[in-house]
Design a protein around this ligand. Structure first.
Ligand SMILES: NC(=O)c1ccc[n+]([C@@H]2O[C@H](COP(=O)([O-])OP(=O)(O)OC[C@H]3O[C@@H](n4cnc5c(N)ncnc54)[C@H](O)[C@@H]3O)[C@@H](O)[C@H]2O)c1
Length: 468
């Protein structure tokens, strides 16, 4: 009898085991029912969400810059046009770069020289100062998170270039430290502030495209003229060792704002595919004398959201094509497209009475005529850009969008408002790097996208820029 019962238990357990979802571990993720699921750390005690996070108004924002290369030099330059800031400190591993900013920007504008930090570890001393509110990081990707974390742990708010983080662990680290220290951590995704994207966002928020169902974004930019310009060849070295969409945020950021990501919807699953490396391999052979190159020339990723909306994201920094930051919104009632042609498809009734000439009808199969598009671009300019448009175009930085971004960051700090991009955006937009690599490594297998808000993705209703 006992043997019979034992045999039955064995059979039942075997049946259970056969029916239970199959799970196998690969480093920091498991494959469960044919979906890649990354480990998600728990929120530790005392750590608080920073959704809609604000701090008291900071009348004069004291800034320290780390990394004064191609991007950082221009960032300091733009800040000299913003009121209510002080440039307190400058840091670069290369002493000449600090001196160049002191002389060619600060002194040339009649401003005081800033405290100077040079050498590979002196950024820590900058972060440790007690007279800085904001640390603005423009170094290579692998230093972003160590610097941002250290700055927040020393009481500073952080603005960090794109992508903010290079791995899932780093994305969680940024979120956790921002929540533990209750500091702002904004990724500097400037493409959210270009005039077309802002205008289209404003129109989407007014329902002019109906329900948004699909978006497309990309970073397609042949970097051949730039590979030699990066400090210590950091970018090609990174790409040599990393498959996947390593630079996703320019395409993804503006879409996530239009699709209310973690403000009512969330990115849930992605699949990614990549071509072999041809041109990347060639440039790596020339510059580094290596034969292996992990990053495929063209990487394509599809994302589905909790509400079953879809996003398409592309990355190609290697082949000969016109620059393309493809920004495209498809709605039930309309369409917006930025590259290669800026335009909208709209229904007549979505425009106010008198906006188009009497008797004129918009073609629902075509872009609106150029004069209608131009009128839309001026009359639907996003309210946050209206006051600052002229100055932004004068100061420049990718046609003005970089200045609007910096201006908004300081405006929100001056007024104690939530920043336009929070640490969850930084993590969500940056996490594609490792997630796409995992999908590609597993033949385009679906990957569950972590919920960096830990369940709060539908607590805020709709994306908004805060205004006083
Ligand atoms: N948002 C955009 O449009 C845009 C455009 C270009 C670059 N970026 C981003 O800006 C960042 C910098 O890119 P870049 O093109 O200026 O590269 P870069 O190589 O020209 O600049 C990096 C700088 O960091 C400095 N640096 C390196 N290690 C350091 C350390 N330990 N301490 C202090 N300084 C250090 C280097 O000396 C260099 O001056 C990257 O994250 C990149 O992705 C963003």
């Amino acid at each position: 009898m006992k043997t019979k019962i034992f045999a039955m238990i064995l059979i039942v357990s075997a049946l259970f085991a056969a029916c239970a979802p199959k799970e196998n571990r690969h480093g920091n993720y498991v494959i469960k029912d044919n979906v890649i699921v990354f480990d998600e750390p728990q929120r530790v005690e005392g750590q608080k969400s920073v959704l809609q996070f604000t701090v008291d108004p900071i009348e004069n924002v004291r800034v320290g810059f780390i990394g004064l290369g191609m991007r950082g030099y221009d960032a300091v330059d733009r800040f000299t046009y913003i009121d209510g800031i002080t440039i307190v400190a400058l840091c670069d591993i290369v002493p000449d770069r600090v001196e160049s900013v002191q002389t060619n920007i600060l002194e040339a504008r009649g401003m005081s020289r800033a405290a100077a930090y040079t050498g590979s570890e002196s950024w820590r001393q900058l972060c440790e100062r007690d007279d800085i509110d904001l640390v603005y990081i423009c170094t290579d990707w692998i230093k972003h998170v160590p610097m941002a974390v250290y700055a927040m742990q020393h009481g500073k708010h952080v603005a960090v270039e794109v992508p903010a983080a290079t791995s899932i662990a780093e994305c969680w680290q940024l979120v956790d430290v921002a929540e533990q220290t209750q500091r702002h951590c904004m990724m500097l995704e400037n493409c959210c502030y270009d005039f077309f994207e802002l205008t289209a966002l404003n129109m989407a928020q007014q329902g002019m495209f109906g329900e948004l169902i699909h978006g497309e974004g990309a970073y397609i930019h042949n970097l051949e003229p730039f590979w030699h310009e990066y400090y210590d060849n950091w970018r090609l070295k990174f790409n040599q060792n990393h498959a996947g969409d390593v630079y996703p945020t320019h395409g993804l950021g503006p879409l996530c704002q239009a699709f209310n990501i973690h403000r009512g919807d969330r990115m849930k699953t992605l699949v990614s595919m990549s071509t072999p490396s041809y041109n990347g391999k060639k440039i790596a052979k020339e510059m580094m004398n290596v034969d292996e190159f992990a990053n495929g020339d063209m990487t394509t990723t599809m994302i589905s959201t909790e509400k079953n909306k879809t996003l398409l994201i592309e990355h190609n920094v290697y082949t000969y094509r016109p620059y393309n930051r493809l920004y495209q919104l498809t709605g039930t009632d309309g369409f917006a497209n930025k590259y290669p042609i800026e335009g909208f498809t709209l229904l007549d009734e979505k425009l106010p009475a008198g906006f188009i000439a009497e008797g004129q009808h918009l073609n629902p199969h075509a872009f609106v005529p150029a004069e209608v598009r131009d009128k839309i671009m001026s009359e639907y300019l996003h309210p946050i850009a209206v006051e600052i448009e002229e100055k932004a175009k004068e100061v420049g930085g990718h046609g003005g969008m970089d200045f609007i971004m910096d201006y908004r960051l300081i405006y929100c700090l001056h007024n104690g408002l939530p920043l336009d991009q929070d640490v969850y955006d930084a993590a969500e937009w940056s996490c594609l790097g490792e997630l796409t690599a995992a999908s590609i490594a597993n033949g385009g297998m679906p990957v569950a996208i972590p919920d960096f808000t830990r369940g709060d993705w539908d607590k805020v209703h709709g994306y908004k820029h805060a205004v006083k």
